[in-house]
Design a binder for this molecule. Structure first.
Ligand code: FE2
Length: 284
């Protein structure tokens, strides 16, 4: 069995606090925090939520664009935000808002072996894979699984921007090697992107399922972790640059924990990665 969760952390909180003392976290739009809270409040109507969202013209355009993609099945173009919001419903609207708002909040990190474009392609692959696995194993949480997998590595661009020199060494060590990003981060910083991502999710008042999924997605079974949806757990093993060899841990976990054989996973991965191409373009 592959050892997927190797490194133990020591004093990760202290080391992360040191980074945070000298750094202001990206801010998350307060209107979106408010709307996300409204979406979980049964007394708030979708009409009232749409009216509130009209205060953010950029997000209005993104919601309209999301419902006018071919995969949404609209017969003619939707141009009214109220119509679009009533078509999406609560759960899908939450997914749309979260993906666009987090994307807008993250810094535009650059490094020789890293691009934000590739970062979002890999995030989209994880998201679509999590949704496809969920469709098969836990269909009621497809959208939550999609969002959790999309955002689980959201601290990586923050770390690249704030620890650029050290992170370049990490990215160089990753080239052609079988290392895990979170292991190398712990070697360099004593904490990893799950610690910082969980902190960001809490600071941004993201829903609890996201805080858990982001902060626990590389934790071992003997660490204090919340159980993840199977789709989210499998998707966390997709690396930034997918090559056939790097998918071995995905096949191994899917078979061992959830009884999904390689043939089944090949179909799921092909469908997911096709969807991811379209989704990555959509949020670009
Ligand atoms: Fe990760």
């Amino acid at each position: 069995m592959l050892n997927l969760f190797k490194k133990k952390k020591s004093n990760s909180q202290g080391a992360m606090q040191e980074l945070l003392n000298n750094y202001e976290l990206p801010s998350f739009p307060s209107l979106i925090i408010e709307v996300l809270s409204d979406l979980r409040n049964p007394s708030q109507s979708l009409g009232a939520i749409a009216t509130k969202l009209e205060g953010d013209p950029g997000m209005t355009v993104k919601i309209l664009r999301s419902v006018n993609v071919a995969s949404f099945g609209v017969s003619r173009e939707v141009t009214n935000l109220h119509t679009a919001v009533s078509m999406t419903g609560h759960v899908r609207l939450e997914a749309i808002l979260l993906s666009h708002a987090v994307k807008g909040a993250l810094p535009n990190a650059t490094a020789p072996n890293f691009s934000m474009k590739q970062f979002w392609v890999a995030a989209s692959q994880r998201a679509c894979l999590a949704r496809q696995v969920a469709k098969r194993l836990h269909p009621t949480t497809q959208l939550e699984s999609f969002t959790a997998a999309l955002l689980q590595d959201m601290a990586v661009p923050v770390l690249i921007r704030e620890r650029n020199e050290a992170y370049q060494k990490i990215l160089t060590s990753m080239q052609g090697q079988n290392h895990w990003l979170h292991d190398l981060e712990i070697d360099h910083f004593s904490f990893d992107h799950t610690d910082l991502g969980g902190h960001m999710a809490r600071e941004w008042h993201l829903p609890q399922y996201l805080v858990d999924a982001i902060s626990c997605h590389h934790k071992s079974e003997d660490e204090d972790r919340t159980d993840l949806e199977p789709g989210v757990q499998i998707a966390s093993l997709i690396r930034q640059d997918v090559d056939p060899q790097s998918l071995e841990p995905v096949y191994e976990l899917a078979k061992r924990e959830y009884g999904l054989d390689k043939k089944t996973m090949d179909k799921i991965i092909t469908t997911s990665f096709d969807e991811a191409e379209e989704y990555a373009n959509q949020i670009a």
